[in-house]
Design a protein around this ligand. Structure first.
Ligand SMILES: NC(=O)C1=CN([C@@H]2O[C@H](COP(=O)(O)OP(=O)(O)OC[C@H]3O[C@@H](n4cnc5c(N)ncnc54)[C@H](O)[C@@H]3O)[C@@H](O)[C@H]2O)C=CC1
Ligand SMILES: CC(C)CC(=O)C(=O)O
Ligand SMILES: [Mg+2]
Length: 365
């Protein structure tokens, strides 16, 4: 298959981790006989420096025309002046809105080899397999912002239609999993959460085969640590989902491990690790590339319908998590490049198995 993929490296460790993921996608193309064309564009702080804008028109147009977009991260201390007229993060929010990618899928699994890195006891981490579905284009991140000398307002708004579409996604995804949806809100206090909860209750009636429960976000933050294996699909609004998934990354062992897929009605989606630009380690060649490589696997699955290829990348990553090498954040000493090379050689083996399986299938008729 032929695919046009836009790469937005962004800032900080973004260029380091996207370069690793592109090398993996190149290897997938070579092994499985696909033709991926990569087109790199600016976003975030580097775009502000070059053009004055965090999302230049050329970047947005390229993303809209692509089959998929792979992004590193945006932001950093040099663009974080509270009085700055434009900020890198505005570029990412504008891109998510323009692409209409309202559902952000953030899977959490705990590799047994890394369980020791988690602050939790090992037995709590058995069978943890959660899919967070975070609403991505509404809520406080997109509401009107006003500021006077002594007052600041961030409007938080949700419409029924915005809640319905992401909640339906969550229920549909739950049908392919353990058929359990946990909706997280703050309905005891927030009007937007009351609208969220009543909408979930109405949609749930269309899915009698899926068990639904409601959990307030403050207690959910605690339950995620005390009973993580209880959860299957967790659907929640933009801000709560952002916070809960960084917390969830601590269960897996590092923020550098978690991938994400942002999807809407179109096949084309936006794929990015859940972490930020990690300015504290940027430029040192030690960033963990696994979250971005797994995001590339999600790109293969969700935007290109290449399930076998996605599974091969995931199996290669699992092999490297099992046997190393590991970057510093997960207790090793390896560089980004050493981890990438290990993933590539594990992928070689996966691809050989896949090719042998295909030959066997043909021979058997
Ligand atoms: N999607 C995006 O582009 C996001 C951008 N940001 C931006 O990133 C900047 C830094 O934000 P922080 O709160 O420090 O969050 P962060 O996610 O960049 O870093 C938090 C901690 O996790 C570590 N970390 C993150 N990714 C890692 C990786 N791949 N390998 C190893 N360690 C990793 C960092 O070294 C740091 O200690 C800010 O400007 C923020 O706005 C934050 C979150 C998401
Ligand atoms: C706009 C981003 C910086 C928000 C964020 O932290 C995220 O999407 O994970
Ligand atoms: Mg975040």
């Amino acid at each position: 298959m032929r695919a046009q993929i836009v790469i937005l490296p962004g800032d900080g460790v973004g260029p380091e981790v996207t370069a690793a993921a592109v090398t993996v996608l190149d290897a997938v193309a070579a092994h499985f006989d696909h033709s991926f064309h990569f087109d790199e564009h600016l976003i975030g702080g580097c775009a502000i420096d070059a053009t004055g804008e965090p999302l230049p028109a050329a970047s947005l147009e390229a993303c809209k025309a692509a089959d998929a977009v792979l992004l590193g991260a945006v932001g950093g201390p040099q663009w974080s002046d509270p009085n700055a007229p434009v900020r890198p993060e505005q570029g990412l929010l504008a891109l998510r809105a323009a692409l209409g990618v309202y559902a952000n899928l953030r899977p959490l699994q705990v590799h047994p080899r890394l369980a020791a890195l988690s602050p939790l006891k090992n037995e709590k981490l058995k069978n943890v397999d959660v899919l967070f579905v975070r609403e991505l284009t509404g809520g406080a991140y997109f509401g009107a912002k006003t500021r006077t000398s002594d007052t600041a307002i961030d409007e938080c708004k949700y419409t029924v239609a915005e809640v319905e579409r992401v909640v339906r996604r969550a229920f549909n995804l739950a049908r392919g999993r353990r058929k359990h949806v946990t909706s997280v809100d703050k309905a005891n206090v927030l009007e937007t959460s009351r609208l969220w909860r009543s909408t979930v209750q109405r949609i749930a009636a269309e899915y009698p085969d899926v068990k639904v429960e409601h959990q307030l976000v403050d207690s959910m933050a605690m339950l995620l640590l005390t009973q993580p294996s209880r959860y299957d699909v967790v659907v929640t609004e933009n801000l709560f989902g952002d916070i809960l998934t960084d917390e969830a990354a601590a269960l897996a062992g590092s923020l550098g491990l978690l991938p994400s897929a942002s999807i809407g009605e179109a096949k084309a989606g936006l794929y990015e690790p859940i972490h930020g630009s990690a300015p504290d380690i940027a430029g040192q060649g030690v960033a963990n590339p696994i979250g971005t490589i797994l995001s590339a696997a999600m790109l293969l699955r969700h935007s290109l319908d290449l399930e076998q290829e996605a599974a091969a990348v995931e199996a290669a990553v699992a092999e490297v998590l099992e046997h190393g090498p590991h970057t510093r954040d997960i207790g090793g000493q390896a560089s980004t490049t050493e981890v990438l090379e290990a993933v590539l050689s594990a992928l070689d083996e996966q691809a050989c198995h896949a090719a042998a399986f295909l030959r066997w299938g043909r021979a058997c008729g």
